[in-house]
Design a binder for this molecule. Sequence first.
Ligand code: B1N
Length: 824
Amino acid sequence: MDIKVEDRAASDADAAAAIKEAILNKLIYSVGKSLEAASSHDWFVATAFVARDRIVERWLASIDEVNRTGRKQVYYLSVEFLIGRLLFDALTNMEMVEPTRAALFALGVDLDELREVEPDAALGNGGLGRLAACFMESLATLSIAAFGYGIRYDHGLFRQRIKDGRQLEYPEEWLAFGNPWEFQRPEVDYEIGFGGRIEAEHQPDGTVKHVWLPGETVEAVAYDTPIAGWRGAHINTLRLWSARAPDPLRLDKFNSGDHVGALMDQVRAESISKVLYPGDTTPAGQELRLRQEFFFASASLQDLVLRHLRQHGGILSLADKVAIQLNDTHPAIAVAELMRILVDLHDVPWRDAWAITQATFGYTNHTLLPEALETWPVPLMERLLPRHMQIIYLINAIHLDQASKLADSTGERLAAISLIDEAHGRRVRMGHLAFLGSHKVNGVSRLHSDLLKVTVFRELDAVLPGRITNKTNGVTFRRWLKEANPGLTSLLTEVVGDRLLDDARLLEKVAAVAGDAAFQERYAAERRANKVALAKLVRHRLGIKIDPDALFDVQIKRIHEYKRQILNILETIAVYDMIRAQPMRDWIPRVKIFSGKAAASYATAKLIIQLANDVAKIVNADPTVRGILKVVFLPNYNVSLAERIIPAADLSEQISTAGMEASGTGNMKLALNGALTIGTLDGANVEIREKVGADNIFIFGLTAEEVEAHRHRGIDGSDAINRSAKLAEVLEAIASGVFSPDEPDRYRGLVDILIHHDYFMVTADFESYYEAQRAVFRRWRDKRSWWRAAALNTAHMGWFSSDRTIAEYAKDIWDVPVKPPGRG
Ligand code: B1N
C-alpha cells in the first residue's frame, strides 16, 4: 500500500517535471521569450500550448477513429458559443491541473494568476450561447462525433462599464493578443454568395435546372478549436468561420490612387464576422444579421456535405450519417440552403431532397417572446437570397396544399401555418421554416415545450402532430462544479467517490448525509471560503465592503423586463424602508448582488441598471442601515465572473414572469452549488422544484396560466398597488426621486409603466415575492435547516447535467450512440 502511494507521488513528480520542461520549451521556441522577459501572458500562452499539444494528440486520434468507423456525425449550428476561458477547462479535462500547478510553481509562476490573464471568449449573449458551450463539452465527454459550427467574431459581446450608475458599452478585444487555442485553416474556405440572379436551364428530360449566379461573394475561412471531453476520452472540433473578401485588394483602384476605395470590398466582406449581435431575445432586424446567418449556415453545410461525400461517396445517404441541430432559428436558412445544394447542385429530385432534409435537421426553440421570433421581410430575402426565396415559396406551396386537404382545414389555420406572415407586411417566418425542415422540434424545459404547443406552434402542431418534444437544458458539471468550486467538489467526492464527474447522478448519495452536522459544517465552511473570496473581489472592484456572514442574495443574468430585476429592487427598497423605521430590530444582514448586461438599444433595461446602482448608492451610504443591507452591482458580467459569484451565492433569484423564461441555466448552476432558489414556476424552475423537493425551494407568484388569465383581464397595476401599502410607498419613493436626487423625475416613466402597463406582472407578484423573502429569512435563522436544504439541492441536481441532456438528444433526435466517460 505504502509503495503504491510512493509510486503515485513519483509519477506525479514525473508528470510535473515533464510539463515544466514542455512549458519552458514553448516559452522559448513558440512564444519567443526568455524566462526573465516573460510576462504573465507569455506564461499563459506557453502553458496553453502545452495543454493543447496533449489535446491535439488525442484530437487526431479521435478524427481518425471517426473516419475509420464511418459513424454518424452530429453538427451543432449556433450563432453563439459562449465558451469563456479555456485554460482551466482544458487542464481539468486532461487531468493536468495539479502537475501543471506544480510545474509552474517550480518556475515561480502561479497557475491561478495565469488563469486570470486569459481573455474571456464571449462569443455569445447569455444562456443560449453558454448552453452551446456546455453542449460541446458534453458531446465530447460522451464520445459523440460532433462539430460545433459558428462564427469567429473579431469582437465578442461588448465590455460593460458602469459610470455614474449608467451602463456604457466598449468593444471587446478577445483576439488582441492572439488566441492560442485555435488553428487557422486557410485551405478550408468556401465561397458564400449573396444577391444576383437565377438562370433556369431546361433539361432534355423536361425538368428545369436552376442556377444561382450570385452578384457578390464572400469567403468563409475555418478556424478550429479542439474541445476536450472529460478525461480526454474524445476530442471534437469547434469550427468557427471568419469572413474574407475573395479579392482583398483592388490593385487597379490602389494604383490609380484610390487607396481607401481599393479596400472597400474587404471591409464590406469582413464586416460579416466583425461583431456579435448584442441582442438576447430581441430581433436584429437588420441586413447584416441575415448576412451573418446565411454566411455561417452556408459555409457549414458546404463543409459537412464535402466531408460526407469524401467519406461516404453519395449524397443520398446524408441523413444516415449526418444529424444537424439548429440552435434556435438563427441558422434556419440552412433548411433552404440544404435543399438548394441537394436539388440544384446534386440533381436530387425535390421529394427525395425534402425527405433527406427533414431527416437530417432537428430544431431547438429557445424562446416564446414574440419580439424574438425571427422573421425577414420578403423583399430583403429576394434581394439577398433570391434562390432561397424561390425554394421557400415552393416548400410553402406544397406544405399549404397538403394542409388544405386535411378535414379540419380553415383559411385561418392556413394563414397561421404559412411560411409567409402576410399580416405584418409579408415576412418569412424562420421558426416555421425550421419546424417544417426538421423531423424533431424541441423546447428547452418541460413547461416551455408544453407552451410551444399552445402558442407559437399551436397550428403547426395540429397539422404535424408529434414533432414537438422536450429536452430540458443542462449544464456541464466539469466547469460549473469542479472548476468553479473545487473545495466543495472535493468534499462531495469524499461522499460519492471519484466517479462524480463521470456520472452526476451519483450526487444523490449526498442526500444521506445532508442532515449530518459534521457534513453540514464542512459544506458551510466551503461556502464561507467562497464568500470571503467574492467579498474580496467586490472590495477590490467596487470599494464596497461586504460581510461574508451576510446572506448573499444573487441575481445574475441579462437585464430584461421579463426577468424582473425590478421586482428584486422593489423588495430591496421595502426592506430598506423597514430598517429605517425600526433600525434596532434584529435584522438579518443581507447583500443583494446584481450582475448583467442590457442590450445597448434596450432603454428600459438600461434604466433598470441605473436604478439598481442608484439604490446601491443610497442604501450603502445610509448610516442607519449600518451594513445590515448592502446592494452591489458587479459590472461586466461574463462566464469568468459567474464562476466567482455562483459558488458564493446563498440565494438564487429566478423570478421571471411565469411563462416567459424558456428554461434558465443559471438556476441550475446556482442550485447545484447549493444556493436555495427563490423563484416562480417558470422554465426549468418547475423541474428543479420536483427534483429538490418543494421544502427546499421558495416558490411564489402567479403561474403561467394565471399570468395569461390576468393579462386577459388587463395589465393595470393600480389594484395591486392599492392593496399593498408597502408597494405603494416604494413606488412613491422611486417616482419622487428619493434614489435620484440629482434628477428627481428619472424613474417616473418606469414607475408609470408598473402602475398602468404592468405586462410583466411585477405589481401582481410583489406581495407574494415579499412573503417568500420573509420565508427565506426564517429558514436562514435556522442554520441546520438551511444547510440541510442546501446540501439537498446539490444532491438532487445531478439530473441537470448536460450529459443527461445530450444523451437524450443523441437517443431521441440524432440517433447516435453515446459512450459514458470513465469506462475504459
Ligand atoms: O436560451 C437559454 C434559456 O435557458 C433561456 O431561458 C432563454 O432565454 C435563452 C435571440 C436569444 N432564448 N432566446 C435567446 C439569444 C440571442 C438572440 O439573438 C434570442 N436566448 C434564449 C438556453 O436554452
